[in-house]
Design a protein around this ligand. Structure first.
Ligand code: ADP
Ligand code: ADP
Length: 225
């Protein structure tokens, strides 16, 4: 069977996590979110978590060597050998080169890079109003755009909703700055490699999902013939 090795690219708040959660039901792919993995380490109080936290709270990138080792192990784990959906990685050219090298060694290649585009002003509103489930961080809400049925309670499992520490206005601005200076160059990087697919992230989550789903379905067909 053909492999789907996919990257979700886009600024913080573009809707990568929201879309990954939906795509998981369409295509059986492990959703690998570096942000979720790091937050788990922080919650468990591991050495890695303690180191990472300083950068995350400031809205800066965690050093590459930490992240790259984590991801190269993860994409070669059982459930990711037939494909993956990477969310939040790579975030700069060094990470992108490291990913390519790791995939080359495994005789694999990327299928596509799915770019979700949203203007900065919308991103600030999205991040400031984001709420996530304390039990399962893939359950994502927004106080205005996607409110839970009951205030501060997850529709899916009844757990409490919380606001992420880094979703505060001053940290948000720095995260957007870091995105534009360090991550945005990956758009050209992947465009030149012929892998980039663009999606208008201003549309509502269902529409964005339909477009991405159709693109992935086409990729899979093209690969089979
Ligand atoms: P968002 O979903 O809002 O884009 P993430 O959950 O992906 O945010 O990331 C939160 C924080 O975790 C980042 O600000 C950064 O400090 C750290 N982080 C996540 N992924 C990476 C990565 N690939 N490289 C370096 N730091 C990362
Ligand atoms: P990312 O993983 O890219 O940082 P999220 O998926 O966590 O982004 O979404 C950020 C916030 O924006 C969440 O509160 C989410 O509910 C909301 N959101 C996601 N997609 C849309 C959309 N298409 N329109 C409006 N709000 C959205």
């Amino acid at each position: 069977m053909s492999q789907l090795n996919l990257i979700l690219l886009g600024p913080p708040g573009a809707g990568k996590g929201t879309q990954a959660d939906r795509l998981r039901d369409d295509f059986v792919l492990p959703h690998i979110s570096t942000g979720d993995i790091l937050r788990e380490q922080v919650a468990q109080g591991t050495e890695l978590g303690k180191e990472a936290r300083r950068y995350m709270d400031a809205g800066e990138l965690v050093p590459d060597d930490v992240i790259v080792g984590m991801i190269t192990d993860r994409i070669d784990a059982g459930d990711a050998r037939d494909g993956f959906l990477l969310d939040g990685f790579p975030r700069n050219e060094k990470q992108a080169d490291a990913l390519k090298e790791a995939l080359d060694k495994l005789g694999r290649r990327l299928s596509a890079v799915l770019l979700i585009e949203v203007p900065d002003d919308d991103l600030v509103r999205r991040l400031a109003g984001r709420r996530v489930c304390v039990k399962n961080p893939t359950h994502i809400y927004h106080v205005d755009f996607d409110p839970p049925k009951h205030d501060d309670v997850c529709d899916q499992d009844g757990a409490r909703l919380m606001q992420r520490d880094d979703d505060r206005e001053e940290t948000i601005r720095n995260r957007l700055h870091v995105y534009h200076s360090q991550t945005e160059p990956l758009i050209d990087y992947y465009d030149e490699a012929g892998l980039l697919r663009r999606f208008d992230g201003r549309r509502n989550p269902d529409e964005v999902h339909r477009h991405i789903r159709a693109t992935i379905a086409t990729l899979r067909l093209e690969d089979e013939f």
